[in-house]
Design a protein around this ligand. Sequence first.
Ligand SMILES: *Cc1c(COP(=O)(O)O)cnc(C)c1O
Length: 235
Amino acid sequence: MNTIAERLEIARTNLTKYASNAQRKADEIQLLAVSKTKPIADIEQAYAAGQRLFGENYVQEGIEKIQALSQLTDLDWHFIGPLQSNKTKPVAEHFNWVQSLDREKIAKRLNEQRPSNKPKLNVLIQVNVAAENSKSGVLPEQVAALANYISQLPNLCLRGLMAIPVNTQDENEQNQHFAAMKSLFEQLKNQYSTIDTLSMGMSQDSKTAIANGSTMVRIGTAIFGVRESKPTQQN
Ligand SMILES: *Cc1c(COP(=O)(O)O)cnc(C)c1O
């Protein structure tokens, strides 16, 4: 069992199982295939197996793949990596979503640089839910202000929140952070009609994330296999 199509099938089966454990419908939860560092041929295999949502972390690598696959018009490209302000333009021009939005300056630039012939750029606010020093994202108490700012930008559509969970095997700790995300998400949903996406859960923790209301899990390794060590400063 190790072609990409087979691994995707397993990922979908797991998702359905975790949803049903949590008494949720599987179709409430989307599967984002994280293809960073993987070749275009891998994305084509996943596409042939029915996958449409792909996540990329590095601007240049992502743009190259989007352009190479531009004949596949029903792909949905999500930028999920750290974004520096001097790299916003190609992201605004080519991606459908940015999940890692964490400051006004980036939001402002993406809004200005989004081409007028394209639909609004969907964005998620990345939340540093455990207030870890090393991690990007806004603190939970800063979500409301950034959401308010984004909601006034005509070329962005605020869809929800994203979190990269703490790297821990402790399921209680994971649970606690995911539950905090869910509560932030519910508050935001009450305020803005466009909010429908809570992106949390990766290969290791999608079960706990789905139990806590995740609507999108981001799976890389379990679909495409282990990555070579991360390219340094490719962003
Ligand atoms: C790499 C990455 C993933 C996928 O992680 P896996 O452990 O390979 O499933 C998900 N989300 C973000 C933000 C990532 O950078």
